[in-house]
Design a protein around this ligand. Structure first.
Ligand code: BYC
Length: 331
């Protein structure tokens, strides 16, 4: 429905018998957990699927700097400000590792930036929601980074070497991000009744969008089956969403906060929490560009890109000068 670019999906997963000898040898390597490296042969759809996923991930990190950046000047203490600054800078770094990993697949940074700035590329739905109070910074760290870790820890084992190695580094930083968010929530939840209410309000607004981060249900997920076969994805969207709920509900209880879901309850038989229906209509609206902040996020990104043009031009001019000097010296 709102899936573009690469057509993979449940109906398109090839059996080994249907594969060419090259494809079969490739699948065998993936099955044996041998990493695929940039110069090696790979099916074109594998390459395109990786570019799609890695670049969407990179764009999410870059756009994800905006909702938190909004609070850097208003952080309540110098320490909180320094921590938030460091976190937002980490997101920029994650974006850069991921763009580099995507570039190893033969796509240029300019092309990827063009896709983001023109609104053609997707980035995580979660970053199209506003950060209205300081408690939102706590909720993002706790819930959004918590969801990101749930999704990204298994990706450290993905089949593509550069992506897998980027994820190892990113995950180390994400766990610090999650802890700083939970620390903010803990302080607020144990603070004045007004502060506790702020924390509850942030949980109310970020809970459902955080569950949507994992993507459509398995039955609706176009890419999951093929991506899991190639180990570009390790777990399905619903598996990770369930793990996230199971891990996060006790954390909310510890804070004395209420998860905004009347249908949430422990199911002893399944050994998991049952939870209420997700508003998929809202999710599809957000990823189609109609969330509360989509236009604002894109406008800010394009402005930052234009304002950085002189830096890119200066770097290019310096590189050209250096190359000309080296050539003259060699002659
Ligand atoms: N938002 O077949 P499906 C972060 C799209 S950053 C928007 O299940 P797939 C962080 C999907 O792209 C968080 N779009 O797709 C940063 C596809 O559309 P296209 C980002 C979504 O790829 C800063 C269509 O729906 N993390 O952690 O198998 C601060 C069908 O879905 C979303 C990553 O990117 C969504 N939530 O699975 C804090 C991790 N969900 O492309 C934190 C790597 C689905 O066909 N990515 N769509 O037009 C993944 O693991 C997978 O790409 C997803 C989606 C699970 C996100």
């Amino acid at each position: 429905m709102y899936a573009q670019m690469v057509k993979t999906g449940v109906d398109h997963v090839q059996s080994k018998e249907e594969m060419s000898p090259e494809e079969r040898a490739f699948q065998d390597r993936v099955d044996q957990d041998i990493k695929i490296e940039p110069k090696e042969w790979m099916p074109e759809a594998y390459r395109k699927t990786l570019i799609r996923q890695i670049s969407q991930h990179a764009h999410s990190e870059i756009i994800g700097m905006q909702p938190e950046g909004n609070w850097i000047t208003r952080a309540p203490t110098l320490e909180r400000k320094a921590i938030l600054l460091a976190k937002v800078q980490d997101e920029a770094g994650h974006g850069l590792y991921l763009y580099c990993a995507a570039e190893t697949l033969g796509v240029s940074r300019d092309e990827l930036m063009g896709q983001l700035n023109s609104g053609k590329a997707k980035y995580s739905s979660i970053f199209n929601y506003p950060t209205l109070t300081w408690a939102d910074i706590g909720a993002i760290g706790w819930l959004v980074d918590g969801a990101a870790i749930m999704n990204q820890v298994p990706l450290q084992r993905c089949s593509y070497g550069p992506y897998s190695r980027a994820m190892i580094r990113i995950c180390k930083e994400e766990s610090f991000h999650q802890r700083q968010g939970y620390d903010i929530m803990t302080k607020l939840a144990r603070g004045t009744p007004e502060q506790k209410q702020m924390a509850q309000d942030a949980l109310n607004r970020w809970w459902w969008p955080s569950l949507m981060m994992f993507g459509p249900s398995d039955a609706e997920s176009v890419h999951s089956a093929q991506s899991m076969r190639w180990k570009i994805k390790i777990n399905s969207n619903d598996e990770l969403r369930q793990k996230f709920v199971d891990q996060t509900v006790p954390q909310a209880e510890y804070l004395g906060l209420t998860v905004p879901d009347p249908d949430l309850k422990w199911n002893a038989e399944r050994g998991h929490y049952d939870f209420g229906a997700i508003s998929w209509d809202e999710f599809y609206q957000v990823i189609a560009g109609n969330g509360p902040c989509n236009r604002d996020r894109l406008r800010t990104r394009v402005k930052a890109y234009e304002e950085g043009r002189w830096v890119r031009e200066a770097a290019d001019a310096y590189a050209a000068k250096k190359a000309a000097r080296a050539k003259a010296k060699a002659a």
